[in-house]
Design a protein around this ligand. Sequence first.
Ligand code: 9MR
Length: 354
Amino acid sequence: MKLDRRELLLGSAATLAAGASASAVPASKLAQRRPGFGAAATLLDLQADPRLGEAISTYCTQVVPVQELKWPMLRPDAHTFAFERADAIYDFARTNDMTMRGHALAWYADIPDWTKQIKDSKSVERTYVDHINTVVSYYKDKLTSWDVVNEPIPDDPKSVKDRRDTFWTQHLGDRWIPLAFRTAAAADPYVKLAINEYDIESAKDSFVAKRAAYRNLIMDLLDQGVPLHAVGLQSHLHAELEIDTHGLAEFVTEVRSWGLEVFVTELDVDDQKLTGSPAERDAIVAKRVDDLLTAISTSGPVRSILTWGISDRYCWINAMFKRPDKQPSRPLPLDGEFKPKPFMDVISKFAKDA
Ligand code: 9MR
């Protein structure tokens, strides 16, 4: 595995496992980890259930906070940066020889009311730049990558030039995207800067249109010389939709040919629309993940695969939606009792080459 400067700075689990530096984590545990595999977690869940931290530190080499680096948690008011909760997740990662990535600096959602109440565009810009600069500077040399701009493409875009209308767009215009990347790069020149998007993985017309608009935006940013290093595929998959393996492989190959990395950032498979027994549903879920990772792997290994949670017990899909049969959804690699499902076998298959 080739280590870049950032990975050398942080010391990866692989280097630690190879004995390059001492680790408090037993070698038997490090050996179970899937290289490049990570999971999202909230601090509340980690604190409430030790099995969650145990599962993440058994299978994963990286972690990402679900909420703790978003504006509402970091910025209770205009004057405060509340880093304690994100720091606690960072400490959990480092204590267990895992790395952490950051999510998310600029997003249309989760903008606090105090921010939305700012009416003049100059003050909005000051607040935006100050937030990104302060947060990225605070974690300089600590994180592997940042989701700088999250979900910039609308659902069902009308053309490749379609961009999501956001509070930031209303005040800063299309500049909100380059400005976020340039501010982040100035604050931490080595951290990898990613753009992140969902619903581009299947062959449904709206997904294909969204992928085309995403491609157009990425090209546009590169043409402007924006410091963009990685393209995130959130991969909140829908179990009833097949993966567009051809279209996705083509997209990923092209993006890589532009010198960008491709990250799977929020993988899970929503099985609300599947009928059948848990075992039958798990097999379809695993097949979707296999198709996704096969398509992405055609032009190179997937060096970063994060699932949005690790156990069905702690996942946004079960928190937000109920299946018609009232059974819990099974979107993640471990079941509600932290037992591995076929999904985890697929992770093992692809993460081993990362
Ligand atoms: O899973 C997250 C949920 O608990 C939060 O309430 C929500 C708003 O902060 O964000 C969810 O995570 C989203 C992620 O940040 C961006 N991509 C879609 C994720 C699932 O909705």
